[in-house]
Design a protein around this ligand. Structure first.
Ligand SMILES: Cc1ncc(COP(=O)(O)O)c(C=O)c1O
Length: 289
């Protein structure tokens, strides 16, 4: 049985080198720890190949640029780091976490021009993100927190600071026996869950919120392309909360979540229908193709 995430055997890539797992540490005066100057990726490796690996490495660099810092490694170097970690730990099926942040240095105020940008890659074996929801359908709460306007936060960055409201929403959801929460956006439209995008089905057509103030997930984009290939109509649009009542099926997409059916959001129920199962199965095949 593995210990806490800071207390395991294995190797982590830190600033260009593989180090012992328990020695992959940072100083308490790390800028990111105080001011959320940190970006990250969540990826899954299937049978030795990281799905959409380069897209994730590129997004990590783009997220940093959106937060006004540059990662001192190219996409190719990030790719090599990820595979070095998998090889060092002997894993072919694993979750991969790459992250970059402003470290400790001469600056300890809000500005951090002089502190070094640091990067790490860790990986671990991680099964189903929503437990048995893949079969039964996940139960979602409705969060009180709203996804912010792109004028308020860099919403296309996968940045640590954007997860503050996600953690609080997920804790509130879990206290009610739910496995996640649906978040609305600053305008009141249906947005996404705390770590996954949302899809709905009505009359054989698919509807998904327009990703104009939250992460346009790599899985979301993959699933939209897959649905279109199957000849299905996909509407990317603003969705009002009142519309939840009329949707028949619902699923979540994300690297960790993969395609997870949703059975309930607040008082609204959804069937784990044929299309949802088909999309989940097609995605499973695709990531291992
Ligand atoms: C807030 C949020 N939205 C959406 C997603 C889905 O993104 P992706 O499919 O790129 O993993 C994630 C997961 O990374 C997430 O954390």
């Amino acid at each position: 049985m593995a210990g806490g995430y800071d207390d395991r055997d294995g190797k982590i890539w830190l600033d260009g080198q593989l180090v012992e797992w328990r020695e992959a540490n940072v100083h308490i005066l790390t800028h990111a720890l105080h001011y959320a100057s940190s970006v990250f990726e969540g990826e899954r490796c299937y049978g030795g190949t990281i799905f959409k690996s380069e897209a994730h490495s590129q997004r990590l660099r783009t997220s940093a640029e959106l937060l006004d810092f540059e990662i001192p490694y190219s996409v190719e170097e990030i790719e090599a780091a990820k595979y070095a970690v998998l090889e060092a730990n002997g894993w072919k099926d694993a979750y991969v976490r790459a992250l970059a942040w402003r470290g400790a240095g001469p600056d300890m105020g809000v500005a951090s021009q002089r502190n070094p940008v640091r990067m790490a890659v860790a990986a671990w074996e991680w099964g189903s993100y929503y437990g048995d929801a893949k079969m039964k359908g996940a139960k979602l709460d409705i969060a009180k927190w709203k996804r912010p306007s792109p004028e308020t936060a860099p919403s296309q960055a996968k940045a640590a600071g954007l997860y503050m409201i996600c953690t609080m929403s997920k804790h509130a959801a879990e206290a009610k026996g739910c496995s996640d929460a649906l978040m609305f956006d600053y305008r009141g439209y249906v947005a996404e869950a705390t770590g996954a995008n949302m899809f709905f089905v009505k009359d054989g057509e698919v509807h998904t919120p327009l990703a104009d103030c939250f992460l346009n997930g790599i899985t979301r984009q993959t699933v939209i392309a897959m649905l279109k290939d199957k000849g299905l109509t996909v509407h990317e649009r603003h969705i009002m909360p009142e519309e939840l009542e009329g949707f028949e099926q619902c699923w979540l997409t994300g690297t960790a979540a993969e395609v997870t059916p949703v059975g309930q959001i607040g008082d609204y129920n959804f069937e784990v229908g044929a299309l949802t199962r088909d999309v989940a199965e097609s995605y499973e095949k695709l990531v291992r193709a």
